[in-house]
Design a protein around this ligand. Sequence first.
Ligand SMILES: NC(=O)c1ccc[n+]([C@@H]2O[C@H](COP(=O)([O-])OP(=O)(O)OC[C@H]3O[C@@H](n4cnc5c(N)ncnc54)[C@H](O)[C@@H]3O)[C@@H](O)[C@H]2O)c1
Length: 376
Amino acid sequence: MISGLRKFVRFLTIYGLGRSLFKAAGRLRIGLPTLALRRPAPDIGLIGCGQFAFATIGYFIQNAFGPRIRACYDIDPRAQQSLARSQRVRSTPASVAEMLADPRLRTIYIASNHASHTDYAVQALEAGLTVYVEKPIAVTGDQLVRLLRACRGPDSRIFAGYNRPFSGAVRRLRAEMPIVPDGGITLSCFVSGHQLAEDHWYRRPEEGTRICGNVGHWLDLMVHVLSWRGLPDRLDIALSWSRNDEPDDNASVTITSDRGDLFTVILTSRCEPFEGINETINLQHGETIAKIDDFRHLTVWRGSRLLHKRFWPKDVGHRLAILQPFQQEATRAWEEVVLSSLLMLRITDMVRARERLATFSFSEARTRINQQIEAT
Ligand SMILES: NC(=O)c1ccc[n+]([C@@H]2O[C@H](COP(=O)([O-])OP(=O)(O)OC[C@H]3O[C@@H](n4cnc5c(N)ncnc54)[C@H](O)[C@@H]3O)[C@@H](O)[C@H]2O)c1
C-alpha cells in the first residue's frame, strides 16, 4: 500500500497527473472522466485488455477522442469486463470473429500476448479494417510471411506499436543532426528492464523470447536511426549473455555494419526498476554527439553548440505511435518495421540455438521473405 502510494507520487513527477491516474486506474480497474472535446462515434475494437491496453492505449485514445472504443475482447473475461466497465466500452463480444463482424468498427488495436498478434492482425486486415498491432508484429518467420501476405493490398493500413521513433527526443535528434552520407553511426542503448517471474507469459516458448518481447524495440530504433542516412545491408551480429540457461536476459546484442556502423543494446533486469523500464541511449555521427536519458532529457553536442531539452511528461513516443491511424504529425515507413522484424527474428533464432555469432543481410532476408509471400 505504502509502496503503491510512493510509486504514484513518483509517477506524478515523471508522467504528470492524467497518465499517472490512468496507470493506477489500470491496476485498480476503475473508470476516470474524459476531457476530450472531439468525440467521434465509437469505431475502435481492442483485442487484449491488459495493463498496456488499459493504461496506455486506453489513455491516449480517451484523451484524444473520449470513449471511442466500441468493443473489446480478452480471453480473460474479468480483464474484458473490467476494461469495458471502466472505459465505457459498449460491446464485449465472445470472440474476435464476433467482434470483427460489427460493421461499425473501422480500426482494431491488438495488445494481447505476442504469439497471438499476427493471427488477429491477419483476421482484421482480411475484414478490411485498419490495424494497429503492438510489438512484436510476428514471433516466427511463418507468421511474418502470413502478415505481409495479408497486407499486400493497396488499401491495407497497418501500424506497429514500436514507439521509440515517435518520441520527442528521437524526433528532435533527427532535426538537430546533419547527416553525413558516408559516415558511420554509433548507437548504444542500456536498458534496465522489468524483472520477469519464471512463469511470466513472456517466457513461454511460443512467445518469442525477450528478444521479440523487449529487445525488438531497440533493434527497431536502430533500423529507424540508420535509415536517416540510408540502411547498411550486411551486418555482423555478436550476442553475449551472462547465464547460459537464460540467454535473452542480462544479455547484449552488438552489431557492426558494412557502412561502418556500431550498435549495441544491453538488456539487464537484475532488480525491478521502481520507476519502470529505464533507458540510456548514446549516439555519435559526424560531428554530433547525443545522449537520451530515459526519454526525459536529450542533450546534443555539435562542436561548441550545446542543446539541452527536457521532456515532461516523459515522452517515449506512445501518444504519436498509438494515434498513428489518426494523426499525420509523425509517420514512419512500414518497411522499417518489416526489416527490423526480420533482424529480430534472426536474433531470436540465434538465442534459441545459443549461437553467438552470425551475419545478416537485409536485402537477402527481404528477398527470401518476398519469395515466401509470393509462393502459394
Ligand atoms: N510499446 C510498449 O511500450 C509496450 C509496453 C508494454 C506492453 N506492450 C505490449 O502490449 C501487449 C500487452 O502487454 P501487457 O503489458 O498489457 O500485458 P498484460 O499481461 O497486462 O495483458 C495481456 C492481456 O492479453 C490477454 N490475452 C492473452 N492471450 C490472449 C489471446 N490469445 N487473445 C486475447 N487476449 C489475450 C491477457 O488475458 C491479458 O489481459 C504486449 O504485446 C506487449 O508487448 C507494449
